[in-house]
Design a binder for this molecule. Sequence first.
Ligand code: ZN
Length: 396
Amino acid sequence: MLNLAISEALGEEIRALVSRHPDRLSMETIKTQNKGYSAEISVVTYSHSRREIDNHSKFRILLSFGQHGRELITSELALRLLSILSEEQQIPNMGPLSLNNTLEKLVIKVVPMENLNGRKLVEAGDLCERRNGRGVDLNRNWSVDWGKKEKDYDPYEENPGTAPFSEPETQMMRKLSTSFDPHVWINVHSGMEALFMPYDHRNTTPDGLVSHVMKSLLEDLNDLHCQGRCLVGSGGGSVGYLAHGTATDYMYEVAKVPMTFTFEIYGDTDASSKDCFKMFNPTDIMTFNRVLNDWCGAFFTIFNTAKHRLDGINSKASDDKLGKWESIDEYLEGYLMERSSRYGKRTEVLELGLQEIRTYFRLFLLSSVLLMFMFCSRISKSKYTTIRPIVSAVSL
Ligand SMILES: [Zn+2]
Protein backbone atom coordinates (compact mmCIF):
# COMPACT_ATOMS: atom_id res chain seq x y z
CA MET A 1 0.00 0.00 0.00
CA LEU A 2 1.10 3.51 -0.78
CA ASN A 3 2.26 5.46 2.25
CA LEU A 4 1.60 9.16 2.11
CA ALA A 5 3.94 11.44 4.03
CA ILE A 6 2.75 12.54 7.44
CA SER A 7 2.12 16.24 7.90
CA GLU A 8 5.45 16.93 9.59
CA ALA A 9 7.44 15.32 6.79
CA LEU A 10 5.31 17.03 4.16
CA GLY A 11 5.72 20.39 5.91
CA GLU A 12 9.46 19.82 6.04
CA GLU A 13 9.58 19.01 2.32
CA ILE A 14 7.69 22.21 1.53
CA ARG A 15 9.98 24.30 3.76
CA ALA A 16 13.05 22.80 2.07
CA LEU A 17 11.60 23.49 -1.39
CA VAL A 18 10.91 27.10 -0.46
CA SER A 19 14.43 27.55 0.89
CA ARG A 20 15.92 26.16 -2.35
CA HIS A 21 14.00 28.79 -4.40
CA PRO A 22 14.09 32.06 -2.48
CA ASP A 23 13.86 33.92 -5.80
CA ARG A 24 10.35 32.59 -6.47
CA LEU A 25 8.93 31.13 -3.28
CA SER A 26 8.38 32.50 0.19
CA MET A 27 6.50 31.14 3.16
CA GLU A 28 4.80 32.53 6.23
CA THR A 29 3.07 30.78 9.10
CA ILE A 30 0.03 32.35 10.75
CA LYS A 31 -1.25 31.30 14.18
CA THR A 32 -4.51 32.08 15.95
CA GLN A 33 -6.24 30.73 19.00
CA ASN A 34 -9.73 30.74 20.43
CA LYS A 35 -10.74 29.51 23.91
CA GLY A 36 -7.62 27.44 24.36
CA TYR A 37 -7.79 25.93 20.89
CA SER A 38 -4.95 27.06 18.66
CA ALA A 39 -4.31 26.48 14.99
CA GLU A 40 -1.67 27.43 12.47
CA ILE A 41 -1.64 27.77 8.72
CA SER A 42 1.38 28.02 6.44
CA VAL A 43 1.05 30.02 3.26
CA VAL A 44 3.51 29.66 0.37
CA THR A 45 3.66 32.54 -2.09
CA TYR A 46 4.89 32.10 -5.63
CA SER A 47 5.93 35.18 -7.54
CA HIS A 48 8.14 35.22 -10.60
CA SER A 49 10.08 38.07 -9.12
CA ARG A 50 10.05 38.18 -5.34
CA ARG A 51 10.33 41.96 -5.31
CA GLU A 52 6.91 42.23 -6.87
CA ILE A 53 4.94 40.09 -4.41
CA ASP A 54 2.98 43.07 -3.22
CA ASN A 55 2.37 44.39 -6.68
CA HIS A 56 -1.39 44.62 -6.72
CA SER A 57 -1.53 44.93 -10.48
CA LYS A 58 -0.73 41.24 -10.86
CA PHE A 59 -3.37 38.56 -11.33
CA ARG A 60 -3.85 36.81 -8.00
CA ILE A 61 -4.72 33.17 -7.37
CA LEU A 62 -5.46 31.62 -3.98
CA LEU A 63 -5.43 27.83 -3.62
CA SER A 64 -6.32 25.90 -0.49
CA PHE A 65 -5.63 22.20 0.13
CA GLY A 66 -6.37 19.86 3.00
CA GLN A 67 -9.45 21.60 4.42
CA HIS A 68 -10.72 18.14 5.33
CA GLY A 69 -8.22 16.02 7.26
CA ARG A 70 -8.90 12.68 5.60
CA GLU A 71 -8.27 14.03 2.08
CA LEU A 72 -4.49 13.59 2.34
CA ILE A 73 -3.93 13.47 -1.41
CA THR A 74 -4.88 17.14 -1.77
CA SER A 75 -1.82 18.31 0.21
CA GLU A 76 0.38 16.06 -1.92
CA LEU A 77 -1.00 17.95 -4.92
CA ALA A 78 0.02 21.24 -3.27
CA LEU A 79 3.60 20.02 -2.93
CA ARG A 80 3.70 18.73 -6.52
CA LEU A 81 2.35 22.02 -7.83
CA LEU A 82 4.97 24.00 -5.91
CA SER A 83 7.77 21.78 -7.24
CA ILE A 84 6.52 22.30 -10.79
CA LEU A 85 6.29 26.06 -10.24
CA SER A 86 9.89 26.05 -9.01
CA GLU A 87 10.83 23.92 -12.07
CA GLU A 88 12.15 20.98 -10.03
CA GLN A 89 9.53 18.73 -11.63
CA GLN A 90 7.59 18.79 -14.86
CA ILE A 91 4.18 17.74 -16.01
CA PRO A 92 4.63 14.86 -18.50
CA ASN A 93 3.75 15.81 -22.07
CA MET A 94 3.80 19.48 -21.23
CA GLY A 95 7.52 19.91 -21.94
CA PRO A 96 9.71 22.41 -20.13
CA LEU A 97 7.86 25.35 -18.71
CA SER A 98 6.92 27.49 -21.64
CA LEU A 99 4.85 29.50 -19.26
CA ASN A 100 7.30 32.11 -18.07
CA ASN A 101 5.32 34.84 -19.79
CA THR A 102 2.16 33.73 -18.01
CA LEU A 103 3.79 33.22 -14.63
CA GLU A 104 5.40 36.65 -14.70
CA LYS A 105 1.97 38.20 -14.47
CA LEU A 106 0.74 36.04 -11.57
CA VAL A 107 1.03 35.85 -7.83
CA ILE A 108 -0.09 32.46 -6.50
CA LYS A 109 -0.71 31.78 -2.82
CA VAL A 110 -0.90 28.15 -1.76
CA VAL A 111 -2.18 26.89 1.60
CA PRO A 112 -0.95 23.27 1.56
CA MET A 113 -2.62 22.11 4.81
CA GLU A 114 -5.53 24.30 5.86
CA ASN A 115 -6.66 21.87 8.56
CA LEU A 116 -3.40 20.75 10.15
CA ASN A 117 -5.00 19.77 13.49
CA GLY A 118 -7.63 17.63 11.74
CA ARG A 119 -4.98 15.99 9.63
CA LYS A 120 -3.05 15.04 12.76
CA LEU A 121 -6.16 13.22 14.05
CA VAL A 122 -6.25 11.26 10.78
CA GLU A 123 -2.56 10.43 11.11
CA ALA A 124 -3.22 9.22 14.66
CA GLY A 125 -5.63 6.63 13.19
CA ASP A 126 -9.01 8.32 12.83
CA LEU A 127 -9.00 7.88 9.05
CA CYS A 128 -12.58 9.11 8.50
CA GLU A 129 -12.15 12.44 10.30
CA ARG A 130 -12.70 15.48 8.14
CA ARG A 131 -13.29 18.13 10.81
CA ASN A 132 -10.78 20.32 12.63
CA GLY A 133 -9.13 19.59 15.99
CA ARG A 134 -12.31 20.36 17.91
CA GLY A 135 -14.86 18.73 15.69
CA VAL A 136 -15.96 21.54 13.38
CA ASP A 137 -16.26 21.14 9.61
CA LEU A 138 -14.23 24.06 8.26
CA ASN A 139 -16.24 23.99 5.05
CA ARG A 140 -19.46 24.77 6.96
CA ASN A 141 -18.04 27.53 9.19
CA TRP A 142 -18.30 30.46 6.73
CA SER A 143 -21.06 33.05 6.80
CA VAL A 144 -23.12 32.47 3.62
CA ASP A 145 -26.28 30.62 4.67
CA TRP A 146 -24.42 29.45 7.80
CA GLY A 147 -25.92 26.88 10.12
CA LYS A 148 -28.82 25.78 7.95
CA LYS A 149 -29.36 22.06 8.34
CA GLU A 150 -30.74 19.71 5.72
CA LYS A 151 -32.83 16.65 6.62
CA ASP A 152 -29.83 14.36 6.30
CA TYR A 153 -27.62 16.57 8.52
CA ASP A 154 -24.89 14.51 10.18
CA PRO A 155 -23.06 16.34 13.00
CA TYR A 156 -20.11 13.97 12.69
CA GLU A 157 -19.58 15.18 9.15
CA GLU A 158 -20.94 18.70 9.02
CA ASN A 159 -20.82 20.45 12.41
CA PRO A 160 -20.79 24.16 11.40
CA GLY A 161 -19.40 25.45 14.74
CA THR A 162 -21.03 27.77 17.27
CA ALA A 163 -21.14 30.75 14.86
CA PRO A 164 -19.79 31.78 11.46
CA PHE A 165 -15.99 32.10 11.75
CA SER A 166 -15.93 30.53 15.20
CA GLU A 167 -12.85 28.54 14.16
CA PRO A 168 -9.30 29.95 14.09
CA GLU A 169 -8.60 28.21 10.77
CA THR A 170 -11.58 29.90 9.08
CA GLN A 171 -10.65 33.26 10.61
CA MET A 172 -7.14 33.00 9.21
CA MET A 173 -8.37 32.00 5.76
CA ARG A 174 -10.84 34.90 5.71
CA LYS A 175 -8.07 37.31 6.68
CA LEU A 176 -5.84 35.92 3.97
CA SER A 177 -8.53 36.31 1.33
CA THR A 178 -9.24 39.88 2.43
CA SER A 179 -5.60 41.00 2.33
CA PHE A 180 -4.69 39.14 -0.86
CA ASP A 181 -7.94 39.95 -2.69
CA PRO A 182 -7.64 37.13 -5.25
CA HIS A 183 -9.15 36.91 -8.73
CA VAL A 184 -9.33 33.13 -8.53
CA TRP A 185 -10.09 30.92 -5.50
CA ILE A 186 -9.90 27.13 -5.59
CA ASN A 187 -10.79 24.91 -2.64
CA VAL A 188 -9.26 21.49 -3.31
CA HIS A 189 -10.93 18.35 -1.93
CA SER A 190 -11.21 14.62 -2.64
CA GLY A 191 -13.95 11.99 -2.45
CA MET A 192 -15.11 12.23 -6.06
CA GLU A 193 -14.03 13.71 -9.39
CA ALA A 194 -15.71 17.05 -9.89
CA LEU A 195 -15.27 20.66 -10.94
CA PHE A 196 -17.68 22.78 -8.95
CA MET A 197 -18.62 26.45 -9.02
CA PRO A 198 -21.14 28.33 -6.83
CA TYR A 199 -23.56 27.81 -5.37
CA ASP A 200 -23.12 25.10 -2.73
CA HIS A 201 -26.17 26.24 -0.75
CA ARG A 202 -28.54 26.28 -3.76
CA ASN A 203 -28.93 23.88 -6.62
CA THR A 204 -28.32 26.58 -9.24
CA THR A 205 -25.38 28.52 -10.64
CA PRO A 206 -25.34 32.35 -10.44
CA ASP A 207 -26.70 34.42 -13.34
CA GLY A 208 -24.57 36.59 -15.56
CA LEU A 209 -21.50 36.65 -17.76
CA VAL A 210 -18.93 35.75 -15.10
CA SER A 211 -20.88 32.64 -14.21
CA HIS A 212 -20.96 31.71 -17.88
CA VAL A 213 -17.19 32.16 -18.13
CA MET A 214 -16.61 30.01 -15.02
CA LYS A 215 -18.77 27.26 -16.46
CA SER A 216 -16.99 27.26 -19.80
CA LEU A 217 -13.58 27.14 -18.07
CA LEU A 218 -14.73 24.11 -16.06
CA GLU A 219 -16.02 22.38 -19.18
CA ASP A 220 -12.66 22.92 -20.87
CA LEU A 221 -10.82 21.56 -17.83
CA ASN A 222 -13.07 18.51 -17.84
CA ASP A 223 -12.21 17.79 -21.50
CA LEU A 224 -8.51 18.56 -21.20
CA HIS A 225 -7.58 17.11 -17.82
CA CYS A 226 -10.39 14.87 -16.54
CA GLN A 227 -11.18 12.94 -19.76
CA GLY A 228 -14.78 14.07 -19.37
CA ARG A 229 -15.28 12.07 -16.16
CA CYS A 230 -15.69 15.04 -13.82
CA LEU A 231 -19.04 16.34 -12.69
CA VAL A 232 -19.34 19.98 -13.72
CA GLY A 233 -21.72 22.56 -12.31
CA SER A 234 -22.88 24.11 -9.07
CA GLY A 235 -21.79 22.26 -5.94
CA GLY A 236 -25.34 22.18 -4.61
CA GLY A 237 -26.84 21.08 -7.92
CA SER A 238 -24.37 18.32 -8.73
CA VAL A 239 -23.41 16.53 -5.51
CA GLY A 240 -26.96 15.63 -4.58
CA TYR A 241 -27.01 17.62 -1.34
CA LEU A 242 -26.85 21.30 -0.43
CA ALA A 243 -23.98 22.57 1.70
CA HIS A 244 -24.37 25.67 3.88
CA GLY A 245 -21.62 27.99 5.11
CA THR A 246 -18.99 26.88 2.59
CA ALA A 247 -15.77 28.70 1.75
CA THR A 248 -16.45 28.89 -1.99
CA ASP A 249 -19.90 30.47 -1.55
CA TYR A 250 -18.33 33.07 0.78
CA MET A 251 -15.52 33.84 -1.67
CA TYR A 252 -18.08 34.36 -4.43
CA GLU A 253 -20.85 36.19 -2.57
CA VAL A 254 -19.05 38.17 0.09
CA ALA A 255 -15.37 38.45 -0.88
CA LYS A 256 -16.49 39.06 -4.51
CA VAL A 257 -13.74 36.91 -5.96
CA PRO A 258 -14.63 36.76 -9.68
CA MET A 259 -13.78 33.07 -10.21
CA THR A 260 -14.41 30.64 -7.37
CA PHE A 261 -14.23 26.86 -7.53
CA THR A 262 -14.19 23.65 -5.54
CA PHE A 263 -12.23 20.83 -7.16
CA GLU A 264 -12.74 17.21 -6.11
CA ILE A 265 -9.62 15.53 -7.43
CA TYR A 266 -10.05 11.83 -6.65
CA GLY A 267 -12.54 9.34 -5.28
CA ASP A 268 -12.93 5.58 -5.16
CA THR A 269 -16.67 4.99 -5.27
CA ASP A 270 -16.17 1.21 -4.99
CA ALA A 271 -14.32 1.46 -1.70
CA SER A 272 -16.10 0.34 1.47
CA SER A 273 -17.60 3.27 3.35
CA LYS A 274 -15.54 2.13 6.35
CA ASP A 275 -12.29 2.38 4.41
CA CYS A 276 -11.93 6.13 4.38
CA PHE A 277 -8.30 6.07 3.32
CA LYS A 278 -9.30 4.26 0.12
CA MET A 279 -12.41 6.36 -0.46
CA PHE A 280 -10.47 9.61 -0.46
CA ASN A 281 -6.89 8.71 -1.49
CA PRO A 282 -5.20 6.68 -4.21
CA THR A 283 -3.53 3.53 -2.91
CA ASP A 284 -1.06 2.76 -5.71
CA ILE A 285 1.79 4.84 -7.05
CA MET A 286 0.50 4.86 -10.65
CA THR A 287 -2.84 6.38 -9.68
CA PHE A 288 -1.12 8.71 -7.23
CA ASN A 289 1.08 10.17 -9.98
CA ARG A 290 -1.72 10.23 -12.55
CA VAL A 291 -3.94 12.26 -10.19
CA LEU A 292 -1.17 14.74 -9.35
CA ASN A 293 -0.16 15.20 -12.98
CA ASP A 294 -3.71 15.59 -14.28
CA TRP A 295 -4.60 18.21 -11.70
CA CYS A 296 -1.34 20.13 -12.02
CA GLY A 297 -2.19 20.28 -15.72
CA ALA A 298 -5.61 21.71 -14.81
CA PHE A 299 -4.00 24.39 -12.62
CA PHE A 300 -1.67 25.41 -15.43
CA THR A 301 -4.60 25.72 -17.84
CA ILE A 302 -6.12 28.10 -15.31
CA PHE A 303 -2.87 30.04 -14.85
CA ASN A 304 -2.68 30.36 -18.61
CA THR A 305 -6.24 31.35 -19.43
CA ALA A 306 -8.15 32.72 -16.42
CA LYS A 307 -7.02 36.32 -16.78
CA HIS A 308 -7.69 36.33 -20.48
CA ARG A 309 -11.17 34.90 -19.93
CA LEU A 310 -12.02 37.56 -17.36
CA ASP A 311 -10.59 40.35 -19.52
CA GLY A 312 -12.89 39.12 -22.28
CA ILE A 313 -15.91 39.88 -20.10
CA ASN A 314 -14.72 43.37 -19.21
CA SER A 315 -14.20 44.43 -22.81
CA LYS A 316 -17.53 42.93 -23.87
CA ALA A 317 -19.37 44.70 -21.06
CA SER A 318 -17.84 48.06 -21.94
CA ASP A 319 -18.58 47.63 -25.65
CA ASP A 320 -22.23 47.07 -24.83
CA LYS A 321 -22.40 50.15 -22.66
CA LEU A 322 -20.48 52.42 -25.00
CA GLY A 323 -22.93 51.57 -27.75
CA LYS A 324 -25.52 53.83 -26.10
CA TRP A 325 -25.00 57.59 -25.89
CA GLU A 326 -27.13 58.07 -22.81
CA SER A 327 -25.29 55.50 -20.75
CA ILE A 328 -21.82 57.00 -20.88
CA ASP A 329 -22.22 58.65 -17.48
CA GLU A 330 -23.47 55.41 -16.03
CA TYR A 331 -20.65 53.55 -17.66
CA LEU A 332 -17.99 55.85 -16.27
CA GLU A 333 -19.55 55.85 -12.86
CA GLY A 334 -19.95 52.07 -12.81
CA TYR A 335 -16.42 51.53 -14.03
CA LEU A 336 -14.83 53.87 -11.55
CA MET A 337 -16.91 52.66 -8.64
CA GLU A 338 -16.09 49.06 -9.49
CA ARG A 339 -12.40 49.87 -9.54
CA SER A 340 -12.57 51.91 -6.38
CA SER A 341 -14.36 49.19 -4.45
CA ARG A 342 -11.71 46.74 -5.58
CA TYR A 343 -8.97 48.99 -4.23
CA GLY A 344 -10.72 50.06 -1.04
CA LYS A 345 -8.91 53.13 0.20
CA ARG A 346 -8.81 54.86 -3.14
CA THR A 347 -12.60 55.30 -3.14
CA GLU A 348 -12.60 58.92 -1.99
CA VAL A 349 -9.99 60.08 -4.46
CA LEU A 350 -11.86 58.46 -7.31
CA GLU A 351 -15.18 59.92 -6.23
CA LEU A 352 -13.69 63.43 -6.19
CA GLY A 353 -12.33 62.90 -9.69
CA LEU A 354 -15.59 61.48 -10.95
CA GLN A 355 -17.43 64.80 -11.35
CA GLU A 356 -14.57 66.36 -13.28
CA ILE A 357 -14.21 63.42 -15.61
CA ARG A 358 -17.93 63.44 -16.32
CA THR A 359 -17.90 67.19 -17.06
CA TYR A 360 -14.94 66.86 -19.44
CA PHE A 361 -16.60 63.95 -21.14
CA ARG A 362 -19.84 65.92 -21.67
CA LEU A 363 -17.94 68.94 -23.01
CA PHE A 364 -15.99 66.71 -25.34
CA LEU A 365 -19.19 65.11 -26.66
CA LEU A 366 -20.96 68.44 -27.06
CA SER A 367 -18.08 70.00 -28.98
CA SER A 368 -17.82 66.96 -31.24
CA VAL A 369 -21.54 67.17 -32.00
CA LEU A 370 -21.32 70.90 -32.70
CA LEU A 371 -18.37 70.46 -35.05
CA MET A 372 -20.18 67.69 -36.87
CA PHE A 373 -23.30 69.82 -37.39
CA MET A 374 -21.30 72.83 -38.49
CA PHE A 375 -19.58 70.69 -41.04
CA CYS A 376 -22.88 69.26 -42.24
CA SER A 377 -24.47 72.68 -42.41
CA ARG A 378 -21.71 73.95 -44.70
CA ILE A 379 -22.41 71.13 -47.08
CA SER A 380 -26.16 71.62 -46.91
CA LYS A 381 -25.86 75.43 -47.20
CA SER A 382 -24.64 75.10 -50.74
CA LYS A 383 -27.85 73.25 -51.56
CA TYR A 384 -30.57 74.78 -49.37
CA THR A 385 -29.07 77.99 -47.93
CA THR A 386 -30.42 77.47 -44.44
CA ILE A 387 -28.82 77.62 -41.00
CA ARG A 388 -31.24 75.28 -39.20
CA PRO A 389 -28.74 72.51 -38.48
CA ILE A 390 -26.62 74.89 -36.39
CA VAL A 391 -29.61 76.01 -34.35
CA SER A 392 -30.69 72.48 -33.61
CA ALA A 393 -27.13 71.59 -32.72
CA VAL A 394 -26.99 74.31 -30.07
CA SER A 395 -30.26 73.16 -28.51
CA LEU A 396 -28.69 69.77 -27.86
ZN1 ZN B 1 -13.68 17.50 1.47
